[in-house]
Design a protein around this ligand. Structure first.
Ligand code: OSB
Ligand code: MG
Length: 368
């Protein structure tokens, strides 16, 4: 692959509504887009790092620095021949999966566009559409929560995920279950609890949730296994699953009955697919997570979600759930499903006028 240049672009994306989780409130995303130029082609990737290191240790300015200072220089010398070659070169740099995933996805996109291959086909996708859920942030009151959930159900979302934290857990779940009956419902704590909260969390068992996502710390696999033994609600991990090896470990010790896969969290789509495969081999269902991506990142996530073991609805919602103006043609929900892009590579392009309007900074790097 003749990678000639890399452009890092920062784009300011205001959210349609603040998104509150146990680690804080987001009002807008400072998106880092990566565009690689090849001989006569190009590819795009989106970095999912947040402005501050509150979901994981990465943050957007740090990721931009890692890409510019350590990853792009690894592309020099003999040309990498495949996306796998690129992944192996990146392995020299420890950590920084979100930075790696952003650049790797842009290279993978360029590689696939060259041969007209859709990302879903390359990864082994088998379905043209994927079931879609929505992640509902912590609200100021139960009436506001109920009206948010009512709106999303009216739009056709196939599943509701409630963000929880100590002080906003049992009551919101009870209220949503009582009001909306037999919907697919799950919760996400983003590491906000301790193992000593087990008896409190067991109160969730009566609400027939699909799963509880990441109640304990990222590095606490043993704690999750212990907690799982005290709950009927299936244990799902997000932050803890940093690699296929971590997934295998979590499954082996009983810390994960279900896995949330986010390519950005694990260094890209190749490792994400390995996690899919490890989970499939153990009969552990997976679903596609989200990081409030723009259409650029969401398109690629939809491609991954077309793989056969993605049997639960994912966090890949419609454009309007996140942004008034998405970077790509808007993604829409049809009967609770989203369509996997069929074009070459990630199958979408950011719209030039929108990019121009929302870009705050561009850095151009040369390779070789
Ligand atoms: O834990 O799944 C999470 C957003 C930012 C950071 C972490 C998470 C989330 C979400 C949003 O839940 C999912 C989406 O993109 O719709
Ligand atoms: Mg999560």
């Amino acid at each position: 692959m003749n990678i000639s240049g890399v452009e890092l672009r920062r784009v300011r994306m205001p959210l349609v509504a603040p998104f509150r989780t146990s680690f804080g409130t987001e009002y807008e995303r400072d998106v880092l887009l990566v565009r690689v130029a090849t001989g006569d082609g190009y590819g795009w990737g989106e970095c999912v790092a947040m402005s501050e290191p509150v979901y994981s240790s990465e943050y957007v300015s740090g990721a931009a620095e890692v890409i510019a200072k350590f990853l792009v220089p690894l592309l020099g010398g003999p040309e990498p021949r495949t996306p796998h070659d690129v992944e192996q070169r990146f392995a020299k740099v420890k950590g920084h999966p979100m930075a790696k995933a952003a650049l790797h996805t842009a290279i993978l996109d360029a590689y696939l566009r060259e041969t007209g291959t859709p990302l879903a086909e390359f990864l082994g996708g088998v379905t043209p559409t994927v079931p879609t859920g929505v992640s509902v942030g912590i609200q100021d009151s139960l009436p506001e929560l109920l009206s948010a959930v009512e709106g999303y159900l009216a739009e056709g979302y196939a599943r509701i995920k409630l963000k929880i934290e100590p002080g906003w857990d049992i009551e919101p779940v009870r209220a949503v279950r009582e009001r909306f009956g037999d919907i697919l419902l799950q919760v996400d704590a983003n590491c906000a609890y301790e193992l000593r909260d087990a008896r409190h969390l067991a109160e969730l068992d009566r609400f027939d949730l699909l799963l509880i996502e990441q109640p304990l710390a990222e590095d606490d696999l043993r704690g999750h296994a212990a907690l799982a033994r005290q709950l009927r609600t299936p244990m799902c991990l997000d932050e803890s699953i940093v690699s296929a090896r971590a997934a295998a470990d979590a499954i082996a010790i009983g810390a994960a009955a279900i896995v949330n896969i986010k390519p950005g969290r694990v260094g890209g789509y190749l490792e994400a697919r390995r996690i899919h495969d490890v989970c499939a081999a153990h009969g552990v269902p997976v679903w596609i997570g989200g990081m409030l991506e723009t259409g650029v990142g969401r398109a690629a996530n939809l491609a991954l979600a077309a793989l056969p073991n993605f049997t639960l609805p994912g966090d890949v919602s419609a454009s309007r759930r996140y942004y008034e103006q998405d970077l790509t043609a808007p993604f829409e929900l049809v009967d609770g499903l989203m369509t996997v892009p069929a074009g070459a590579g990630i199958g979408v392009d950011p719209e030039p006028e929108v990019l121009r309007e929302l870009t705050t900074e561009v850095t151009r790097l040369t390779v070789g």
